[in-house]
Design a protein around this ligand. Structure first.
Ligand SMILES: [Zn+2]
Length: 383
């Protein structure tokens, strides 16, 4: 099911997701697409009905929490270390199996943990990390922040994650209040960039979206209270928007897999309602939208493609949603020259479907029609 680093693999007469009516011969050599040519028509006729295959680029989830095992961190602390490790390895496996070949972890996992899990359990998920998040406990001035960030840099993380506002834990009337002063916020971004680290910002909305645009962060996350005016400025900046829409719908359902208390469900419902408006503004203004799930528990890892359904429900076309999960996501990671496309020379991270993924009705139809997931890199190349 998971083909790791094919030395040589050939697909004849295969469709490439998003390219209608044309078949291709695709050759993968040494983990990269070495040749992609349109198939000869005579080969096409010999194809039996029901044996058609479609190839999509490996999906890129820009917002996961692979180290977390429980919705409440206090529940994770009750587990023993070995159990946590096994659950984390299962998260890697479930994520890969659903076609996500690259993940950006939005806080909680250290590069050393990724290395250990990839090596020990042989799940070649490509993970970019942000180690510990910078949040409310760090709003203690520039000196403290400098020290705190030095610790994060030392872990080898490529990203700095700023918790700029509250989230589901915050009362509605306070949720967009900034956690940091503007001076602290801009210092964090400046200092991260000075150390060649990228920055992702958790913000539900309000002034911290403006600060993010001004400071030139790489992406804002969630952003359900994004205004029309902010969407316009976001589009003009290089800042990407990773809305993580599906998690709020899931959290809003008291009978859903998260089964949260009614107060949290209400907050999530309000967030979900605003999200569809934010997506509408973002799409209209031409904001660069990236696919991210914010999935963090065993009930959610492996169901990442649900985010496509929600993005489409909120107004993206299927093509736009797939773009957000492949090419745009690769660009946001700074890997657009080798990930996110079925193209010659690119890393052969790919998903093989037995249905046209652009025609599949929903995430479940996609998930159950995956034939294989291909990862271009060897484990050793990921650690
Ligand atoms: Zn998150």
């Amino acid at each position: 099911m998971i083909h790791k680093h094919p030395e040589l693999q050939t697909f004849n007469d295969i469709f490439i997701a998003g390219i209608e009516g044309r078949r291709f011969d695709v050759v993968i050599k040494d983990g990269r697409f070495s040749s992609i040519t349109e198939a000869e028509p005579h080969q096409v006729e010999s194809n039996l009905a029901g044996t058609d295959l479609w190839l999509s680029p490996g999906i890129i989830d820009l917002h996961t929490h692979l180290a977390w095992t429980d919705f409440d961190h206090s529940d994770q602390l009750k587990r023993d270390a070995n159990q946590i490790e096994i659950m984390q390895a299962q998260a890697f496996e479930a994520t890969l199996r659903t076609g996500v070949t690259t993940a950006r972890d939005a806080g909680g996992i250290l590069p050393s943990t990724v290395q250990h899990l990839v090596q020990q359990y042989q799940h070649p998920l490509r993970v970019q990390t942000s180690s510990d998040m910078i949040g409310a406990a760090d709003a203690r001035g520039l000196k403290h922040l400098e020290q705190r960030m030095a610790e994060i840099f030392a872990t080898g993380a490529g990203w700095i994650k700023i918790m700029a506002t509250g989230g589901l834990g915050a009362p509605t009337e306070k949720v967009v209040d900034p956690i940091f002063s503007e001076e602290e916020f801009s210092f964090i971004v400046r200092n991260a960039h000075a150390h060649d680290k990228k920055v992702l910002v958790h913000t539900w909305g309000g002034v911290t979206i403006d600060w993010s645009i001004q400071a030139g962060v790489e992406s804002i996350e969630h952003g359900m209270f994004l205004t029309e005016d902010q969407a316009g400025r976001l589009a003009n900046s290089r800042v990407a928007f990773v809305p993580t829409t599906s998690i709020y719908r899931i959290a809003a359902d008291p009978k859903g897999v998260l089964a949260l208390n009614p107060i949290i469900c209400d907050r999530a419902a309000r967030a979900a309602e605003c999200h569809s408006k934010a997506i509408h503004y973002a799409k209209r203004e031409g904001v660069r939208i990236g696919f991210g799930t914010d999935y963090a528990t065993p009930a959610l890892h492996g169901y990442n493609l649900q985010e496509l359904d929600t993005l489409i429900d909120y107004g993206l076309t299927r093509r736009e949603a797939w773009q957000a999960a492949t090419k745009s996501a690769a660009d946001i990671l700074g890997s657009g020259n080798e990930l996110g496309q079925i193209a010659e020379g690119f890393i052969a991270d790919a998903v093989v479907f037995k249905v046209d993924p652009y025609e599949a009705h929903n995430a479940e139809a996609l998930r159950s029609n995956i034939i294989a997931v291909i990862t271009g890199a060897k484990e050793a190349e990921l650690i």
